[in-house]
Design a binder for this molecule. Structure first.
Ligand SMILES: Cc1cc2nc3c(=O)[nH]c(=O)nc-3n(C[C@H](O)[C@H](O)[C@H](O)COP(=O)(O)OP(=O)(O)OC[C@H]3O[C@@H](n4cnc5c(N)ncnc54)[C@H](O)[C@@H]3O)c2cc1C
Length: 274
């Protein structure tokens, strides 16, 4: 449980952080809240030669009202997101889900950018981003680019971010209707989801994000299509496991996860359309 030796740098600006990433390439890793990266380092599943600690960069801590979008800076903690008045009013699903991540310690240290950039399909916020149809903004030596949420996660702990890019912000479209449903099955309250489902009302139908149903966070596209075609929520939910590839582990077999996805999606839709 002791990490391999590493160098440590604490840049005082985003520009300096990008410069360090560009200089050191795959040797360097960004450190935000450290609640996902440090456990991996202790297990020696990650052995970066350089940690670039961006955890105190104020320029990445913000929540901005941009009309039909709310921009959330990468270093916003789960706790701040869960209490932020603007988010609670305009995108209540995001603050509600952030408020149920882990335990208070995890929520005070863990960041929304770290959660999405880490690329773990068992994380909650990537599924919310997918359900909302949001995007992320990445910034690197060549400037900024926006990446739609459904093109961001490429594989297990693998994202579309280049080695020298920092995730700057999440862009959350304000949903047509504030009602949502979030269902997460855990053994203990603070655990990661065995399976989870997030439903957000859209102009027509709903956006659906699934947690822990493949190696990447997934949209339940078949459910969204069925709803848009006029199927009742209970019928549409029966298609929740289409296109999924759930893993089997000590918590659940793939078959049980498929069953859970259908049940939790139905419950999430019932809440969103109540
Ligand atoms: C006990 C425990 C329980 C938890 N339970 C849950 C849970 O129920 N649901 C849930 O969703 N999560 C859970 N988490 C994870 C938690 O939400 C983490 O905080 C989050 O996954 C990572 O955020 P971080 O700021 O700690 O990132 P870090 O650990 O600092 O970084 C994670 C990865 O993202 C990269 N990264 C970080 N910030 C950026 C950035 N701005 N740009 C580019 N790359 C970046 C890092 O280089 C690293 O590869 C839990 C964690 C613990 C320890």
């Amino acid at each position: 449980m002791i990490p391999a030796p590493f160098e440590y740098a604490r840049p005082s600006s985003l520009e300096e952080a990008i410069g360090l990433l560009a200089e050191r390439g795959e040797e360097a890793k960004l450190l935000a809240g450290g609640h996902s990266l440090l456990p991996l380092m202790k297990l020696r599943l990650a052995t970066p030669a350089l940690l670039v600690d961006i955890g105190r960069l104020e320029e990445l801590c913000y929540v901005r009202d941009e009309g039909d979008v709310v921009a959330v800076g990468a270093l916003t903690t789960h706790d701040t997101a869960s209490r932020h008045e603007l988010l609670r009013q305009k995108i209540p699903v995001f603050s509600a889900v952030a408020g149920q991540i882990g335990d208070p310690q995890v929520r005070h240290r863990g960041t929304v950018g770290g959660s999405v950039a880490h690329g773990d399909a068992a994380s909650d916020l990537p599924a919310v981003l997918l359900a909302l149809g949001g995007s992320v903004v990445a910034v690197g030596p060549d400037g900024r680019r926006e990446i739609p949420a459904d093109q961001f996660h490429l594989g297990f702990l693998e994202t579309a971010l280049a080695e020298d890019e920092v995730l700057l912000e999440l862009r959350l479209p304000v949903p047509a209707h504030p009602a949502y449903g979030f269902e997460k099955l855990t053994k203990r309250a603070q655990d990661w989801a065995i399976v989870g489902a997030v439903a957000v009302r859209r102009e027509e139908g709903a956006g659906l994000g699934l947690i822990n149903m493949a190696s990447v966070p997934l949209r339940a596209a078949a459910v969204e299509e069925a709803l848009a075609a006029g199927a009742p929520p209970a019928e549409a939910a029966e298609r929740a496991d289409e296109g999924t590839e759930p893993a089997g582990d000590l918590n659940a077999s793939p078959e049980f996860r498929r069953h859970l996805a259908r049940v939790l999606t139905r419950r999430a839709l019932e809440k969103a359309f109540a």
